[in-house]
Write a protein that binds this ligand. Structure first.
Ligand SMILES: Nc1ncnc2c1ncn2[C@@H]1O[C@H](COP(=O)(O)OP(=O)(O)OP(=O)(O)O)[C@@H](O)[C@H]1O
Length: 582
């Protein structure tokens, strides 16, 4: 194992590990861990007692001491009951600690992911973080459970090693080997034998098994990619059905599944060899102490009780020293989980650090000064936009598809960081941005209408009235129904539902990004008229392709494909009835 690898892995582990143990929950966490450690300590002491009991018991059997037999059985019963009790509570408290730690870590990752639109920046930045959902849901759980099980397992095995090594040293006596015309006496021979045997076993296991770390890392990625494709298929089932897209979907799913299987085959191949080694290792460990102890036993100097206790002690020391061998698959999985969570955390941090060079200020006006917007790789799509729009003067943004209209709105909304210049806008609470496809979360219709605010329960009359105004009367009696509304409602209905949201929130500045694209011209005109009537002091900034939209706006900003633009009052444009794109 290279020193560099160990150093890097330890650093990565520490970065993930320390948070919880230094958090506000630290005393609860440390208390629970101390209790688990204490219970394990007692368990090891009981195991020692149990091993001595074996010596006692077999000696009683060998001596036909029936009068001591029941006494010994009673001792066993007490020891066994205590062992059961401590094992159950050590496990139980470890699980409680696991839940608490996972809850804390999941919250941290969710906060970081959702903070400052990092989830969105990760996407726009084309970061190669795959499947953040899997990292938050599965990897954190694995990290916590494996850290606890491996850590506490290691601690317990260390205790076993220290306690039983002393016992084994005493029991094994010294071993004489003829050497250089004399004899070489090796004290605690069985301890040395198990030590050498374990070192050889660990070395071979690592040589064969270390590739499992990378393979496990990839396996989790391929599994998540496969699952993600299945989810996408389910979410886009209607479009795929219209396209009759089953064949390419099946091909795509097959390709992703093949990656899962091919990688898994490599894991199986490695694990087959590893299993062969660990099972052989365990089998040899049974016979090895018998072979070593046999000469002394057959010399008839020691009892069968001694033999049994020696073999048990050898087994315990052997188990403890072989911890890495027997846990290798878990260690490999644990290492890959650490790698995945760390890269995710680093990418989130990098995404969070992306700051636009825009200077923003607040005022009841939309004003841009030398606003330049680029793509993530730096190619500008809008150069030096200087525009001054007073409150109450509606603006329409037009231009060919792909020229950057939505990206301009994203920049004004503060979620597109690849921009520079100055922007003056009203305060966030007075603004509402509506995208082309409204987001309708899972939940009741009432919750959907109020999203992202919590829905009050006493507002039914108002909601029914607003649904009526937006021509959605048929939904008035479904306010408490829970549904996947984005699947049930037509796109036009969803867009009108978004207008209900506007009327509920009553913003003074409304940004509509093709928010009426699915409506017929009459309904679109009706919705704009409704907005102006219900919110007469609001300023509307629309992005749209429909030429009928022009009449609802006073100014037009026309974006060109080369990054230039034209900002002018609409009545100054000679051909009012031409398409907004022209
Ligand atoms: N995350 C991204 N990474 C790279 N390019 C992007 C990203 N998001 C948008 N773009 C590109 O930026 C350009 C402008 O996109 P935008 O969505 O603003 O266009 P638009 O004018 O609103 O188009 P449409 O009228 O078709 O909706 C497009 O060429 C698009 O491919």
């Amino acid at each position: 194992m290279q020193i560099g690898f160990i150093k890097k892995s330890s650093k990565n582990f520490w970065l993930l590990f320390k948070g919880y143990w230094q958090s506000d929950d630290k005393w609860k966490a440390r208390g629970l861990l101390s209790a688990v450690i204490l219970l394990n300590l007692v368990s090891v002491f009981l195991m020692l007692e149990m091993t001595s009991w074996f010596n006692e018991f077999y000696t009683i059997l060998q001596n036909y001491s029936y009068h001591l037999f029941w006494q010994s059985i009673s001792k066993f019963t007490i020891l066994a009951l205590l062992l059961i009790f401590f094992a159950v509570y050590a496990f139980y408290l470890q699980q409680i600690l696991q839940i608490k730690w996972r809850t804390w870590m999941t919250k941290q990752y969710l906060d970081q992911w959702l903070n400052d639109q990092t989830y969105y920046k990760l996407q726009t930045n084309n970061s190669d973080t795959d499947n953040p959902d899997q990292r938050i849901q599965e990897d954190i759980n694995l990290f916590v459970s494996l850290t606890l099980s491996l850590g506490i397992g290691l601690f317990k095995q260390f205790l076993v090693l220290v306690s039983f090594i002393a016992m084994l040293w005493q029991l094994s006596g010294s071993f004489s080997i003829p050497f250089n015309n004399g004899t070489l006496v090796i004290p605690g021979f069985m301890v040395w034998a198990t030590l050498v045997y374990s070192i050889i076993g660990t070395f071979i296991t690592h040589k064969i098994g270390h590739q499992l770390i990378g393979l496990n890392f990839n396996q989790q990625k391929y599994e998540a990619n496969f699952r993600f494709s299945l989810v996408r298929l389910r979410e886009n089932s209607e479009s795929i059905a219209f396209y009759r897209g089953e064949t390419p979907e099946k091909d795509n799913l097959k390709t992703r599944f093949i990656s899962v299987i091919l990688n898994f085959r490599q894991i199986i191949a490695r694990q087959k060899i590893l299993t062969g080694i660990t099972v052989s290792y365990a089998q040899i460990a049974i016979i090895l102490p018998i072979l070593i102890a046999a000469p002394r036993y057959f010399a008839e100097t020691l009892s069968i009780g001694w033999l049994i206790q020696t073999l048990t002690a050898f087994g315990k020391v052997q188990d403890a020293l072989s911890y890495i061998v027997t846990s290798y698959t878990d260690i490999a999985q644990w290492s890959s989980v650490i790698r995945r969570l760390n890269t995710f955390a680093i990418h989130m941090k990098n995404a969070d650090e992306i700051r636009s060079a825009i200077q923003t200020s607040t005022g009841n006006v939309l004003k841009t000064q030398n606003l330049t917007i680029s793509l993530p790789k730096g190619q500008p799509i809008l150069k030096d936009l200087n525009m001054d729009l007073p409150a109450g003067e509606n603006l329409i943004i037009t231009g060919f598809s792909g020229c950057g209209k939505s990206t301009l709105l994203r920049t004004l909304a503060g979620i597109w960081p690849f921009a520079s210049g100055k922007i003056t806008l009203p305060a966030q609470q007075n603004i509402l941005f509506l995208p082309q496809k409204p987001y309708l979360p899972l939940g009741t219709l009432r919750q959907t209408l109020y999203y992202p605010q919590a829905a009050p329960t006493m507002d039914t009359k108002n909601l029914v009235e607003l649904l009526h105004l937006c021509k959605l009367d048929k939904l008035a009696n479904q306010l408490e129904n829970t549904n996947d509304w984005s699947r049930i409602l037509s796109l036009g209905e969803q867009q009108r539902l978004a207008f209900v949201r506007i009327l509920l929130k009553k913003p003074t500045w409304i940004f509509l990004d093709e928010a009426t694209s699915a409506l017929d011209e009459d309904t679109e005109a009706y919705m704009y008229t409704l907005l102006k009537k219900e919110l007469p002091h609001a300023t509307i900034i629309s992005v749209g392709h429909h030429m009928t939209l022009l009449s609802h706006h006073k100014y037009r900003l026309k974006l060109n494909n080369n990054g230039s633009y034209l900002f002018s009052p609409l009545n100054a444009i000679p051909h009012m009835n031409s398409s907004p794109d022209c």
